[in-house]
Design a protein around this ligand. Structure first.
Ligand code: NAD
Length: 482
């Protein structure tokens, strides 16, 4: 079972403790860490929201959420009860004056103190101000800020300025749960822990790299938010950009927060402006029993994209000439997040044209199952002459590592514990977030200026045909979504 790194006693306040994210992700993650012995005695998990609840009522809400979302491990009532002893509730209006002194009274003076901002982005600034004004910020205080971090460069800068008035950058944890995924960190282990890959990890040997983050869900229920956001803001600016950074960055001198984040920042700053003909926007239409995007958001004229595919270029010595293709969308054929590194053809085929075209590919699967596969070319067994075939060298963790994988933690667990330990490596720095917006803003502004209308695509299919065409024109094709 996975190695447990001990943590000190801590207080974690979840602002928005009654909300969807708290119930679905944060509380289950804390419960799992509790089961692994990482919530030391004396630690408090304090839900804070506007609702007028007693601690007892909140504990009941927490127990219900655990049953709903991690019922398999929360079936033991005694363990849930023991966990709930750490749980408390304070009614606080983050934008008003009520509840702050009750919250202050719950907090221990000496321990690490983390405030998780699991409230809407409109509340972030007031909450940051409120925490300081009511004397709740000390040197061991950290804040966790959820996405979306800004709506564009200007609003992200304003939010960074606001947070900087109350907190040091070393206290601010901008969370992107993609960075907490086991395989994403494994990507760094594969790149920088092996001699095999890094010498080939450049434009000389890599034909192109593609990143797909596909979902089957639509936007029903989140329409108000999504309609103002779209796939570019909701997924590309943060998750896909972060994955691209980890794939493309130079080796940092140490695996330490600023060393890693400096290298990621350089990647974003080296990104070319995307040409309009290298980007395809899409919007799903009704199919297979699913409503159209426009129905889901109740706006028959919506021009918001639920799909983006684009080609971009990291303009530096390592990557000049190797394109990166990013694709993400909702209501696609499968829930599938993967990165594929496609290596170049061998310079000369000694086996002649009948051997066919074979290329090495490194595939990093993030969802639904995590794993890494390297395709290598070998001789097809049998008497048929020198025929070649691609076979996977499979590094899927479940098989190789067995019980260790079951013991491994999910992204939120890992990231929350990193906050408690004070490790910012997997969190985005202010300048990173701003650089990512500086790259996406002109693309979005271009669409707005041109009145661009996304291309329709059938729900539960592969996205707009134009996205496939964009690849085919360049003699390439998308991987995944089969
Ligand atoms: P939600 O609407 O379900 O919950 C919001 C919570 O904030 C509620 O507990 C509410 O009581 C509380 N709240 C609102 N105003 C408050 C105030 N003035 N003072 C104190 N508490 C207040 O929202 P959610 O889906 O849980 O999302 C929370 C944050 O996390 C948002 O910023 C969202 O963008 C982000 N996020 C959510 C998800 C998700 O899957 N739900 C995923 C990624 C990011």
């Amino acid at each position: 079972v996975s190695r447990i790194i001990p943590v000190e006693t801590f207080d974690l306040v979840i602002f928005g403790g009654t909300g969807d994210l708290a119930r679905r992700k944060i509380l289950p993650a804390l419960f799992k860490r509790f089961c692994s012995g990482q919530v030391p005695d004396g630690s408090k998990l304090i839900g804070a929201a506007r609702s007028d609840l007693t601690t007892q009522a909140y504990r009941a809400l927490v127990a219900e959420a655990l049953l709903e979302f991690v019922g398999d491990i929360a079936s033991d009532a005694e363990t849930v009860r023991a966990f709930c002893e750490h749980v408390h509730y304070v009614s606080v209006d983050a934008r008003g004056e009520t509840g702050w002194s009750a919250l202050a009274a719950e907090l221990s003076p000496e321990t690490v103190r983390a405030f998780y901002f699991s409230v809407g982005p409109g509340v972030y600034s007031d909450l940051a101000r409120g925490l300081e004004r009511h004397g709740l910020v000390g040197p061991e205080t950290r804040i966790v800020v959820e996405k979306p971090f800004g709506h564009d460069l200007e609003t992200a800068q304003a939010l960074n300025r606001e947070l900087a008035q109350h907190f040091d950058e070393s206290q601010i944890y901008r969370i992107d749960h993609y960075l907490g995924k086991e395989t994403v960190q494994n990507l760094m282990a594969v790149r920088f822990g092996n001699m095999l890959f890094e010498p080939l990890w450049n434009a000389q040997y890599i034909d192109h790299i593609q990143i797909t983050v596909a979902e089957t869900v639509g936007v029903a229920g989140r329409g108000d938010y999504y309609e103002k956001s779209g796939a570019m803001r909701d997924m590309v600016q943060n998750h896909l950009m972060q994955l691209l950074c980890l794939i493309a960055m130079e080796p940092p001198a140490q695996f330490e927060p600023d060393a890693v984040r400096d290298e990621k920042l350089k990647v974003i700053r080296a990104l070319d402006a995307v040409q309009p003909h290298h980007i395809v926007r899409g919007q799903y239409t009704a199919a297979d029993g699913a409503a159209a995007y426009r129905e889901d958001v109740d706006n028959p004229r919506s021009k918001t994209e639920s799909f983006v595919a684009l080609k971009c270029q990291v303009n530096n010595w390592r990557w000049a000439g190797t394109p990166f293709y990013l694709r993400t969308g909702k209501r696609l054929r499968a829930r599938d997040s993967e990165i594929t590194v496609v290596f170049k053809d061998t310079p000369h085929s000694i086996f002649g044209p009948e051997a066919g075209r074979h290329r090495n590919e490194l595939n990093i699967q993030l969802q639904p199952n995590e794993g890494i596969t390297l395709n290598v070319t070998i001789k097809e067994p049998g008497p048929g002459g020198m025929r070649l075939v691609d076979v996977p060298l499979d590094m899927s963790f479940a098989e190789a590592l067995g019980p260790k994988v079951q013991g491994s933690s999910d992204a939120y667990e890992r990231l929350i514990m990193d906050v408690i330990r004070g490790n910012q490596t997997l969190f985005m720095r202010d300048d990173e977030v701003e650089a990512a917006w500086a790259w996406t803003d002109p693309i979005i502004h271009g669409w707005e200026a041109r009145g661009d209308v996304p291309k329709p695509y059938d729900a539960f299919a592969h996205g707009p045909d134009d996205a496939d065409l964009m690849m085919r024109r360049e003699g390439r094709e998308w991987r995944g979504l089969d």
